[in-house]
Write a protein that binds this ligand. Structure first.
Ligand code: PLP
Length: 397
């Protein structure tokens, strides 16, 4: 079927955290919402059909993943990423952030450290700090156009300090964002290989958040970290979901793939709540993974069009602002440092002058100040409107 992603579907008054929370989040109702990472598109028709069918059975009791759901995940991992996984490696959960929390609880004690690579998806910080663990920074490097990992810097983080007081690092894990939110990098095999090598040498596990793996722009290919070899696979917990790709975030469902028996046991023991999962979330996940290809192909084309429009419009009409070209995700990282404002001034300018709801760069950790994250998972007319608002506000400066 042909999806009409141009259609604007009003989301106000649907308890949408993106559209119904403006006063609390932004201090004004009068903004165009392009922040939190869900899309303003309907989800795939096979998903709607599966949910309606299940909803008709009037008992919504405790549930469990079906054999056919496990198989849908196993098939998809092999088909899209050449990753052969086993059923018993899959652990379902109530969202990737929830899974990351569990992983920190399972593998770290208070006082331990987890590496993050900012600017990075800000809930990573909560998953670490709420457990009394310290987030330590291996900042991405930025040459003004493109971000790369500082892998030598990462390597050095594992060395004991040479100055007084001597202290040994207590790094237990690296929390990897792949593809990277917000900067949109799709890490190469080489980058991931070196990162994995450093982690293996230092006996450090990797929490690999690959939730955006399907959403790639033309010419880019996602490498599942665990496909780099069995040693890497044995040290990695991979977190995935159908929620970004197929717009199902409200269903609170995800899965982790943990091939190592010992790591998986510890991870499962740390898990809270009922292990069965969300009845509707599991139904939706299976329908999306089995029958969502047509949707995904059209979605990627549409997002490519949105990105090209946005990049071109900003470059020609608002040259003081620069869009960092993403390789994946539907999020764009926009460099507004040319406006010469502090992070707080920029926040006010975007909300109250441009009347836009974006995510403030400073929320993503150090080096985010002066940037804004813009969600392009919306009908083109919304992107057009956003550029107009921004252009007008910048011209009035
Ligand atoms: C990198 C990353 N991880 C996790 C999530 C959230 O996942 P979930 O809703 O499954 O907790 C997001 C949502 O934006 C994300 O960008």
């Amino acid at each position: 079927m042909k999806y009409d992603f141009d259609r604007v579907i009003p989301r106000r008054n649907t308890n949408s955290s993106k559209w119904d929370n403006n006063l609390a989040m932004f201090g004004t109702e009068d903004v165009l919402d392009m922040w939190v990472a869900d899309m303003d598109f309907p989800c795939p028709e096979p998903v709607v059909r599966a949910l309606k069918k299940r909803a008709e059975h009037p008992i919504y009791g405790y549930t469990m993943p079906s054999q056919s759901l496990y198989q849908a995940i196993i098939d998809r991992m092999e088909r899209l990423y050449g990753w052969k996984i086993k059923k018993e490696w899959i652990v379902f959960g109530a969202g990737v952030v929830n899974g990351l929390f569990t992983a920190v609880q399972a593998f770290c004690r208070p006082g331990d450290e987890v590496v993050v690579q900012p600017p990075v998806y800000y809930p990573f910080y909560n998953t670490i700090r709420n457990s009394g663990v310290t987030a330590v920074h291996n900042n991405l490097e930025f040459d003004g156009q493109r971000y790369t990992m500082d892998l030598d810097g990462l390597d050095n983080m594992f060395a004991p300090s040479t100055s007084f007081p001597v202290r040994a690092p207590r790094i237990k894990a690296v929390m990897l964002c792949s593809p990277h939110n917000p900067v949109g990098r799709v890490w190469t095999r080489e980058e991931l290989g070196r990162l994995a090598e450093i982690c293996l040498e230092n006996r450090c596990v990797i929490f690999s958040d690959e939730i955006h793996c399907d959403l790639l722009f033309k010419g880019h290919k996602h490498t599942v970290l665990s496909t780099l070899g069995s040693e890497v696979e044995q040290s990695t917990l991979t977190f995935m979901a159908a929620s970004k790709t197929f717009n199902l975030a409200g269903l609170g469902t995800s899965f982790a793939v943990v091939p190592n028996d010992y790591l998986r046991r510890r991870f499962i023991e740390a898990r809270m709540g009922h292990p069965g999962g969300n009845l509707f979330g599991l139904e939706a996940l299976e329908a999306a993974f089995r029958d969502g290809d047509e949707y995904l192909a059209q979605l990627k084309d549409y997002l490519q069009g949105n990105l090209e429009y946005f990049m071109d419009a900003i470059a020609t009409r608002i040259p003081r602002i620069k869009v960092i070209k993403p390789e994946g995700t539907y999020l764009t990282w926009v460099d507004m440092r040319g406006l010469g404002m502090t992070g707080q001034e920029l926040q006010k300018f975007i909300r109250f002058k441009a009347r836009l709801a974006f995510d403030d760069g400073f929320a993503f950790g150090p080096a985010g100040e002066g940037f804004q994250r813009v969600n392009l998972g919306c009908p083109r007319s919304i992107v057009v409107e956003a550029v107009e608002r921004l252009e007008k506000a910048v011209n009035e400066l």
